[in-house]
Design a protein around this ligand. Structure first.
Ligand code: MIG
Length: 803
């Protein structure tokens, strides 16, 4: 299909290209170039971001996007230059050249390095059937260029030589190579000549990207409608590209702290007694867990916002009881509303005109779990408000999180809605061709906003399956219906990294695989990876063997528990990495190419990543693996488990017994840790543990702390702490600076200083007070421990005989 579309359109006589510029208009930071029909707009968004739009007939479409957040206006100094062949628009950091013949666009950095250029002119083809145009953009592939991004693809991390479509699909039991999937983000990163940039084609229609498969020298993009409208985002570091993409499309709001704990799910846990059994089992076995999920069977005949009273006679009572032992309840919602005139939710939506209609005004109807359904048009603010109100009622009953499923939208038999279904699209009306890819994120938005309203000042938790760019503002994502196979574990590792690079950090896969039966080994390896997935949830389909941490026997349980406990110990670190994402747009998971983009050895690495910037995680992805090769980026690293000190910028072979997933800590790091808790908030933190990893260079570490559950952080009530580690001639110094208004309740830090070459003569706080310490040895490495006030400003460790 795509093939045919492409071949045909590539050569079709119907295609039109721009001619030569005969008129030029400047309006503030926007520049308009005209030939006899078309108009090209170049708009400077910031020093690092330039937007390009093309109107084939000279008239731009209304400027509306679901992806963009309200980003602040940045005044930029823009200069325009013109010569015989081209115009050049420059900010202090980048410039965009538009040729007078053919409107060819290229981008350069301040050093005049070419970053990206058109392969041939943007062009279009009238869409006789639907109106508007099919639009095309072609970019040259530079020597050794690599590509990353696009949201979710079951393919290698480096997209080179791949062709992909963006069109949300309920991809049950997808496999490597299945395309498209549930989540579609038309943003990619190019990396060449040590520099990187991003391109975000903000267009919600069905879209295609070809990275050098059709023509080895070109990236080709085409969309089946809408406007050719893209943002060029300058790096040069990939971290900056992702950060700037977040400036445009937003980041995840801070989750309630409990949402970073372990979640247990299955399709389905019922009746009520089953939930209590699970809760008791977790607590009895002392395996930490924060959330239990109710899949579709909690509803009455799969009717949204109802309860199956036979199984759940007293939902409020049940959820209150679960809460007593620290369990939050998360419930699923599907977009399909059962066509049932005795069902109040249906009646309301029907009478208010909230349900989607076909081209000829018939209702959009199709079968899903409840039987025949109609579907709310979530692209209408009134519909979202109505939906959100009902979500609010669930919240009042005690629901702590909502799971948005089937929001591609998925319809049995049809796959999804037919193209002629109409949508309000915030008043910019369109058919399903235009709204399909955003439907899921608008459902999630309705849910999220409804929760915000009803929770007052507390943070909602939502998860979503389908999204377009920007969906990270409304919830976490899980990767959908995967399979319990080794290749799927490998895929999940790639998917989570790719989503993270595509602006969507809060993501996880169904630990163990949704369908298929993972054996104990695979489940353990998956849990180990899950420990370092921003969203950590075990989920499985009802036709599989049970998938609780104790389902695989005692030996497995011990290991699974060790990793779930590790997750809880690392909560303050994980939370700080989350803050870095929320506030600054940094991805939480970072493939090694983002750490060292200049090193060719990183361009194709996809089986390891850093979580935040201190921990390098190397999941074990092969059955029976007794060891794996890891690549450690530049610097020195500690093996998290045995404290071995290792040199970076090379590969190491690490042993991987079943209870051992290689994790490395960057030398010089300060890693905050909590004691193991059975659920977030179970214990007051009496002393915050900080593990410090010795090195002989300088390094900074950060710690973010806040209330954990409220929106006070949006009023600047939080604390950011910086630990600056320094080493000089036998003296280690740690300087602490703090900013912010939140005061944690604990008074002291317990410092675990790892890897010192000798015992220090003295540990001195704030230049005067000597602090006593105890010493131990772990795996032959010296570890000293001491307690200091949380408000210390400097700590000095003087090492005798070390220069
Ligand atoms: O058609 O609600 O991806 O997590 O358990 C299947 C039942 C519908 C698909 C979701 C999966 C969920 C399941 N759902």
């Amino acid at each position: 299909m795509i093939e045919a579309f492409w071949e045909q359109n590539r050569t079709d006589v119907g295609k039109q290209f721009p001619g030569s510029i005969h008129k030029f208009v400047e309006e503030g930071n926007r520049f308009f170039f005209y030939d006899l029909n078309a108009c090209l707009m170049v708009a400077v968004i910031s020093e690092n971001i330039i937007r390009v739009r093309l109107a084939p007939n000279g008239h731009f479409l209304p400027d509306f996007s679901y992806a963009l957040q309200d980003f602040p206006f940045q005044p930029v100094e823009v200069t325009l230059a013109e010569n015989e062949t081209h115009y050049k628009i420059s900010t202090p950091l980048i410039s965009c050249i538009v040729t007078k013949e053919g409107f060819l666009v290229s981008f350069f950095d301040a050093e005049e390095t070419l970053l990206n250029e058109d392969g041939f002119s943007m062009h279009w083809e009238e869409n006789v059937q639907f109106g508007g145009y099919n639009i095309f953009s072609s970019k040259k592939i530079q020597p050794h260029e690599s590509f990353y991004g696009l949201g979710d693809k079951a393919a290698d991390l480096n997209l080179i030589r791949g062709r992909f479509s963006l069109w949300s699909v309920d991809a049950y039991a997808f496999e490597r190579g299945t395309d498209p999937l549930y989540r579609n983000i038309p943003f990619y990163i190019g990396l060449q000549n040590e520099k990187s940039y991003g391109l975000f084609y903000d267009n919600s229609y069905k879209t295609h990207f070809d990275f050098g498969l059709f023509n080895t020298n070109e990236v080709n993009y085409w969309a089946e409608g809408g406007e050719l409208n893209y943002y060029f985002i300058h790096g040069p570091h990939m971290m900056d590209v992702v950060k700037r993409f977040a400036y445009l499309t937003g980041t995840a709001p801070m989750p309630p702290l409990w949402a970073l704990g372990f979640h247990q799910c299955r399709w389905s846990y019922y009746p009520e007694s089953k939930l209590h059994e699970l809760a008791e089992e977790f607590r009895k076995r002392e395996i930490p867990c924060d959330a239990l999920y109710l899949d579709i069977d909690y509803m009455d005949g799969y009717r949204c916002f109802t309860w199956n009273k036979a199984h759940f006679p007293d939902p409020e009572g049940m959820m209150a009881k679960l809460k007593e032992t620290g369990f939050k309840t998360v419930v699923i919602l599907d977009p399909g509303i059962k066509l049932d005139h005795d069902y109040p939710i249906f009646k309301e939506a029907d009478e208010a005109g909230y349900l989607c209609r076909r081209g000829d005004d018939y209702f959009m109807e199709g079968p899903v779990w409840p039987g025949r359904c109609r579907f709310p048009d979530f692209t209408h603010p009134d519909v979202r408000e109505w939906w959100g109100g009902h979500v609010g009622e669930l919240v009042k009953q005690g629901v702590a999180g909502v799971w948005n499923d089937m929001n591609e939208p998925s319809v049995f038999g049809l796959g999804t809605f037919p193209n002629d279904v109409r949508h309000f699209y915030e008043g910019y009306r369109g058919s399903h061709r235009k709204a399909h890819n955003v439907y899921g994120m608008q459902m999630a938005r309705a849910t999220y906003d409804g929760m915000v309203k009803s929770l007052k000042n507390k943070r909602p938790f939502t998860i979503l399956r389908s999204t377009y760019a920007g969906g990270q503002r409304y919830g976490a994502a899980w990767t959908g219906d995967n399979i319990g196979t080794w290749d799927h574990l490998r895929l999940a590792v790639q998917q989570c990294q790719r989503m993270s690079m595509s602006g969507f950090s809060f993501v996880g896969s169904d630990i163990g695989g949704f369908t298929g039966n993972a054996d104990a080994e695979l489940f353990i390896r998956w849990m180990q990876f899950g420990t370092f997935s921003p969203f950590m949830r075990a989920h499985s389909s009802g036709d599989t063997i049970e998938r609780e941490p104790w389902s695989y026997g005692e030996e497995a349980e011990t290991i699974l528990k060790k990793y779930i406990e590790l997750r809880y110990k690392l909560i303050p670190y994980i939370y700080s990495a989350f803050w870095e994402h929320h506030k600054f747009g940094f991805p939480i998971l970072r493939p090694v190419v983002m750490m060292e983009q200049k090193e060719p050895t990183t361009w194709y690495r996809q089986d390891e990543f850093s979580f935040g910037d201190k921990l390098l995680v190397c999941p074990v992805l092969e059955k029976g693996a007794t060891h794996r090769v890891v690549y450690l980026p530049k610097g020195n690293w500690y093996n998290f488990w045995n404290l071995d000190f290792l040199e970076g910028q090379k590969e190491h072979t690490i042993e991987t017994p079943l209870d051992h997933m290689p994790i490395f800590v960057r030398a010089g790091s300060v890693i905050p840790q909590y004691p193991v808790m059975q659920y977030i908030g179970e214990k007051e933190i009496e002393e915050l543990q900080l593990s410090v990893y010795y090195c002989e260079y300088a390094a900074n570490s950060f710690l973010y702390e806040d209330h954990g559950d409220s929106f006070a952080y949006t009023q600047d009530i939080y604390t950011e702490k910086k630990f600056h580690y320094e080493y000089q001639a036998g003296k280690v110094t740690i300087l602490q600076t703090q900013m912010g208004l939140h005061t944690p309740r604990y008074d002291n830090y317990r410092i675990r200083f790892i890897g010192l070459p000798v015992l220090p003569d003295r540990v001195v706080m704030n230049g005067k007070r000597t602090i006593g310490y105890t010493q131990t040895e772990e795996f032959g490495n010296l570890v000293i421990e001491f307690v200091v006030s949380k408000s210390f400003e400097t700590l000095e460790l003087r090492l005798p005989g070390v220069e």
